[in-house]
Design a protein around this ligand. Structure first.
Ligand code: ADP
Ligand code: MG
Length: 225
């Protein structure tokens, strides 16, 4: 299978921080969890993978990627207009964009809120709206920065369903999270970052059951943060 995203010899410096990823491939239908303590470089890696941030060295290539920041920006407009926004940017006529946006809002459980002002949504609803807006433009790769970090378990579970569906549709999903349970539930593979270095890049099952590196064990046991 051809990867939807691949990385070779990536390196990036930002003040005293440097990030290095020797090689990485993400496949269609796969969820890759990016784990690591705060400040380990998860957000920087996602931004590099998205192409928003140019690397100093190395290459990042792949299909159509969309990066969803930790706090998605919503316009001071209706939920429907926010959902349709990406399509409008891609030149889809208003009527069609609104029809397609409405259909996706139904799917993420926001069908009845379409006319409401976006800023009146709860945190969980806002994340689902941002996901709907992203899915509508049909990315091959979704790059998600801790999408459930501020959500209660019920809302987080709804978001997890959408992430699973996105992968089942054949998208590559890169999910930065510090929720280890979530990574266990969703991810096929794990990339564990520490101070900008890849400590392990492996099958999720082996990462959680037989971590190879003592730093991975420390992280999993909550002794590293
Ligand atoms: P994480 O998402 O894992 O918490 P980040 O990628 O946000 O980690 O940060 C990695 C490192 O880069 C940290 O040391 C952080 O302080 C630093 N950093 C992040 N953004 C900037 C910036 N705009 N300018 C300088 N340093 C930054
Ligand atoms: Mg971050």
């Amino acid at each position: 299978m051809k990867p939807v995203l691949w990385v070779k010899g990536l390196s990036y410096r930002q003040g005293g921080f440097s990030l290095e990823v020797g090689g990485l491939e993400v496949y269609p239908g796969e969820i890759l969890a990016v784990l690591g303590p705060s400040g380990s470089g998860k957000t920087t890696l996602l931004r590099l993978l998205s192409g928003l941030l140019p690397p100093e060295e190395g290459r990042v290539e792949g299909g159509f990627r969309v990066y969803l920041p930790q706090t998605p920006l919503l316009l001071r407009r209706s939920v429907l207009e926010n959902a349709a926004f990406g399509l409008r940017l891609h030149g889809v006529p208003r009527g069609e964009a609104h029809r397609r946006a409405q259909a996706l809002l139904e799917r993420v459980g926001l069908g009845t809120k379409a006319r409401q002002a976006a800023h009146t949504l709860s945190g969980g609803e806002a994340v689902r709206l941002a996901l709907a807006r992203t899915l509508l433009v049909d990315p091959e790769v979704l790059l998600l920065d801790e999408p459930t970090a501020s959500l209660d378990p019920a809302n987080a579970a709804q978001v997890e369903v959408l992430l699973r569906e996105a992968a089942q549709e054949g998208r590559g999903v890169v999910l930065a999270t510090h929720d280890l349970f979530q990574a266990r539930r969703l991810a096929a593979r794990v990339l564990f970052l520490l101070q900008g270095q890849v400590v392990e890049l492996t099958e999720a099952q082996s990462f959680f059951q037989r971590p190879q590196d003592p730093r991975s064990r420390a992280f999993l046991e909550g002794r590293l943060f």
